[in-house]
Write a protein that binds this ligand. Sequence first.
Ligand code: ZN
Length: 172
Amino acid sequence: MAVKTILTEPNKLLRQISKPVKEVGREEMQLMDDMLETMYAANGIGLAAIQIGVPKRIIVMDLSKDENKKEPLYFVNPVIKKSDSSKSTYEEGCLSVPNQFAEIDRPKKCEVEYLDYNGEKKLLKAEGLLATCIQHEMDHLEGILFIDYLSKLKKSMIIKKLSKAKSTRIVV
Ligand code: ZN
C-alpha cells in the first residue's frame, strides 16, 4: 500500500468524467488499498480515485468513528437506483478543496448498486451521513465538486483563495 498525492482544486483532472471499471482485478484492488491508505493519512471519510489522478469509477469510504475499528467500504461502478425527494443538509468539506466548508442539501436517502472489493454486486440502502457521503463521492466521478452547488460568487472566491494558496505554497 502507498499514500498518494491528493489533487486539489483548481486542477483539470478533477473535472474529468471517470470511466467504468470492466472487471475488479488485482490492479483495482491495489488502487483501492492505496486510496484507503491515502484517505486515512489525510483524515478523510471518503475518496474517489480521480482525487489521486486515476479516472476510474471507484470510491472508498470509512465512516467509523473508532480509530481502532476500521470499517472500510469500497464502491466500484456505483449507480444510484433510487433517491429520496426529502433533503438533508450537512456542512461538507473535501480533501480536494482544502480548508473550505459549506452547507449542501442532498437527498436524505438513496439506494446504490455497485461492485464491492471482490467484484461482487451489492445494493446499499443509505441514509443520513452515509447517503450524503456516497453522493458527494459519486459527484467526483462526474467531475463535480461540492463548491459547484454554491453561488457563482462564493465559488469563485473559494477558487481564488485556493489558487493563491497554491502559488505561494512551497514544499521543501
Ligand atoms: Zn470530495
